[in-house]
Design a binder for this molecule. Sequence first.
Ligand code: HAM
Length: 433
Amino acid sequence: MCGIAVCIDMNLITKRVKGTQDVLPSQSYKWQFVEKLLSDEAKLCGYKEIRTPVFEHTELFNRSVGETTDVVQKEMYTFNTKGGTSITLRPEGTAGAARAMLENAVYNDGLPIKVYYNTSCYRYEKPQAGRYREFHQFGMELYGTQSPSADADLICTVDSMFKRMRITDLRLEINSIGCPTCRAKFQQALKDYFSQYKDKLCETCLSRLDRNPMRILDCKSPVCKQIAEDAPTVLDYLCDECSLHFNKVRELLDCMGVKYTVNPKIVRGLDYYTKTVFEFVSDSIGAQGTVCGGGRYDGLVEELGGQAMPALGFALGMERLLSLMEALNIELPEPENCGVYFIGLGEPGQKEAFRLTREVRNSGIYADCDICSRSLKAQMKYADKIGARFTVVIGDDEVNTKKAVMKNMQTGEKFDICLDERFFETFTVGFLK
Ligand code: HAM
């Protein structure tokens, strides 16, 4: 709002929706920096970006994330379109990426397929620090290999991404939750165990007891959590093949010097996982310390109607990552301030300032001029506010003589510049000094 005082005591008709956040201009550089770093690292490993719609048919998430998960039972933003189709805002990125990969037969480009994404996600959870209803994930998905080296490679990639961001405070926890064969035995053991506590479990968990007792393990209710403490752990039920796979992943991580602990209690909150699962957890950002989670999901592609295709991936929460970086005082490079601000006075001066601004911008330098018809004083004030390194005042005299003075706003040093064909030559002398 040019020239109009900013009103502090505003009568806004509404505020942002609970559980959402604004990324303000003064902060967005942090997001851009981290998103670029992650995307660049993904590209170095051969991953290409995939962009999928923010909403999908509800069926997709019911089938992939799982009917008995907290996400599907309690947290999805689901609505009917005017045509009566049930639509859901994506609660995570894996299902949409797999659907898009299958629908567009991306597998014809050769296996393995490697994709990454930066997406907003939506979950109707109780908002608290690090837990939002709209949040953002950076994720990577890899399709077409069941080799344990793929699991180790993916985990190493995440580990080196965090190292590149100078984050030292994350611990890696891994586990294996087996395949459908060993899972059946584990589910039976859980059912036997939880059946003793039928009178104490919450209603949702009671319904899970028959359908999917493993999901009781990630219930957020304090009572169910307490009961789950002594529940059987999945590692005791792994079949030989899954044990071997897990051992191989561990061997490779050891070989790469990636530090981890085996946490047999990690089962992840989504149904599609098989075999390796992992989380990167921090103690520096409060209760919502899981910055990144992922694992193998060998059955998902088939579940969605494709041919059997093993897959694995991870997603990290951008909000949690940025808050961890802040907690660790990791500074990110701030964007460059305005290089030069042309102060145009009077119509000819304003036109010339406008022309020069475009010329400097075309050479790749951040330049600006007045577009609010402000006075000299107000333009000076604005140039100062945006931290312009140089200013050039252009009035009638400067236009007539084709000469102006460029001032270094930090040192006060002044340089003569020409406004004719020698503009760049003379401008550069002062600008680069
Ligand atoms: P997830 O563990 O549900 O996994 O989410 C991944 C990350 O997203 C979490 O570690 C956390 O940092 C962030 N996150 C989740 N919920 C919220 C929330 N309400 N507010 C803020 N951040 C949140 C998945 O979504 C899987 N799709 C990951 C994956 C990809 N597995 C295989 N491929």
